[in-house]
Each structure stands twice: as structure tokens, then as C-alpha cells.
Write a protein that binds this ligand. Sequence first.
Ligand SMILES: [Zn+2]
Length: 436
Amino acid sequence: MRTLIKNIDILTMDENNTQYKKGCILIEDDRIAFVGHETELKKVAEKGTKYDRVEDGKGKLALPGFVNTHTHIAMTLFRGYANDLPLMEWLSRKIWPMEDKLVEEDIYWLSLLAIAEMIRGGVTTFADMYMFMEETALAVQHSGVRGVLARGLQGPDANSQKRLEENKRLWENWHGRADGRIQVMVGPHAIYTCDPSYLVKAMELAGELGVGIHIHLSETRQEVDNCIKELGKTPVRHLYELGLLDGHVLAAHCVHLSSDDMDILKEKDVKVAHCPSSNLKLGSGIAPVQDMIDKGITVSLGTDGAASNNNLSIMKEMALAALISKGVREEPTLIPATSALEMATVNGAKALGLDGDIGSLSPGNKADIILLDVNGPHYYPQAHWESHLVYSGYTSDVYSVWVNGKKLMEDRKLFTVDLDKVYSEVNKIYKRILGE
Ligand SMILES: [Zn+2]
């Protein structure tokens, strides 16, 4: 299958930040075969200029699909349920008791609801940590997106061994499946929900499976203060000394970091998922993003779950990431629009170990492409695309979405998710669990 999208402006987000005016993109099966000007395409087209489908991209802007590197997608059920509480109170009083009522099949429908929202917001890949993850894997398979999935692990307690086994089974059943769209990580929740011996077990499982670790890290001041009080060291140093940072690690939040912590994150090449909305809403603080970038740490963007955001918009996270640092540090030069876009695309790919496959519109990469309708007044004058996207864009501008060379949405209509059916199932779950 060969599809040519022509007459389109393109932000490739490749290492040279190459951009094209009225360029074209050739998709061959699941990969990008060419990005550039049509005159060049004709010169290099080995298989001729016959296409199964040609699309006119006039009035659209193409860029790589956004990567959401930290979320708990099934928490869409709790969107708006508990607001204005600090993290520990929010978790222990509101979220955890309700989560106990969730059954396996709920997770499928709640995941599909989140995936539909993400596709409509231009997110083509997400990294998730939760429970009943095989249901989320099924939702990824059916919906056509790309997912990096981890079983959330807490322990030790009566079920902690079972959770490790579930993470392993998730890997056995789903790693590399759905045309390669599903990857599996190991998901120890955090240092305050996993004791050192359990963290080591999670680390050993990741080593055995040859996969990365997805963990919450230094999210609140309380987490850091308690760790120092109990263990005499910061959470980052605690994980470092356990050896947990020796493999591929995706660390969500990293709000409260010492200079020594940042040196460790750089030394161990830990990838950070910056989640500004969630950090603001839970009053957790503001991550030192520019300092991390200056150190050479890979910083990507996550929404966290819809219960603490309350949506799954990476475009919103881009705007916040750029704006907060400038305001808090009283320095407008921090996090320019290009950096925010890198965080949402190429850095997201690196954070998940998927660079070389996704994150930029480059020949050979998977065809994970989004087209934005840039005819709205908020995109005029039609120049300065990076600035428009970060400071002026809305998720509702996303016009079409491709993942793995397959079109999942056009003109905002979803092809793989039956929204009416999802809404009806989610309503039933809501009534059963939250009793309204
Ligand atoms: Zn989280």
C-alpha cells in the first residue's frame, strides 16, 4: 500500500529540525518512505510514481504523532471525581478505594475512552502503568495506537508476588504484538509504595525480560522528605544505590531534585516524563525542566491520568511546559516552542526506547503522522508553525491521524473506536462504581 500526501507543510522534528513548505510524504505500508519536495520524490522513487492513494494536504500541517510518556489511561473513570486534594490524601481517601471496585472488563472500555481522546488530540503513542493491563493491551490492539504498557506494582503485601507475575504474563502475551505496536515495561509504582526488597524484585524482572522500568519519582516534597528521614538519602539516590537506574528507566515527574539527583539522572541516562498539569493540580510543585535540559537529561511529556489533569492533551502539556518555566524563573528565554515540541515528539520516542522508529517524520520511521487543520484564525498569519502549535493550537485542530501506516481518524471521525458504544459502557461502569 502506497499513499502519497502532497501539497502539505511539514515539521519533520528530525535532528536538523527540517521543515518543508508544500512538501509531500510517501507512506509505504507501515513506514515512511519519503519526506520532502515532490520534485525530489520523482528523482528517487524506485518503485515509480504509482500510488494506491493520493491525498491533498492543502491547509494542513503534518508532524509526527505526539508521545504521551506517562499516564494511567483507565483513570478516565475518575475524571472530575476528586479535585483539590494533595497527592497522598487524593490517592488514599478517594482513588484507591474506588479502584478496588474496578473489574477486568472495565479497564478495556475505560482504556478505549482514553485512547479515543488521545487519538483526537494527536497522541499516537502512550506509556501506561495500571492494573488489568491485558485489557489495555486489547484496547491498543483494537484501536490501532501504539502503547508501552506496565503493570503497576506495589509491595510487599498479600498480592505483590501476583502483580509481578501479571507483569511477566503481560510481557509473554503482548510484548511485540499487535503488529509491533505494543511494548511492555515493568512498573514499580514509586519508592513510597514499594519497599527496597520489592524494588529489587521489579528490577530483576525487568532484567530477566530485557525491558525498561516505568516508575514515579520525586513527585512531591513529602516523598523526598520522608525518604531522607527514613533512609538518609533522596529517592533518586535510593534507586541509584539499589542499582535500579542501571537499565532503561522512565521516571515520571522528577519535580523535587537536588543537583546531585540531576547528576545521577544524567549519568544513568534516566528519561524523565514531565507532567506539568498533574503537578500543578495536585499542588506537587514545578519540575526544574530547564535545569534538566541544560544537564543533557532527556525530558519528555506526560499527562498523567485524567483524574489529576483532567484531560489527556499533550498539546496542553507543551504549552504549560513552555510557559511555566518562563514565569516561575522570570526568564522568557527558557523552553522555546521548539524545545516543547521536541519534548512532545522526539524526546518522547527516546524516553520509550522507540527512537529510530517514531518521534520524527524521517524515511524509514514508522508512519505515525498527524495532520492539523491550520485554516483557523488562530493559525494566521500562516508562518511560525512551532510557535502557533505550542502557544496557539488546540487538540481540536487535529484533522487526521495515522499510526503504523493506518489511518485512525479523518476529519475528526474515528475509524477504529465506536464512541457511542464506549460512552454507553463507560456510563454503566460509572453508575456501578460511583453510584450515580
Ligand atoms: Zn502517575
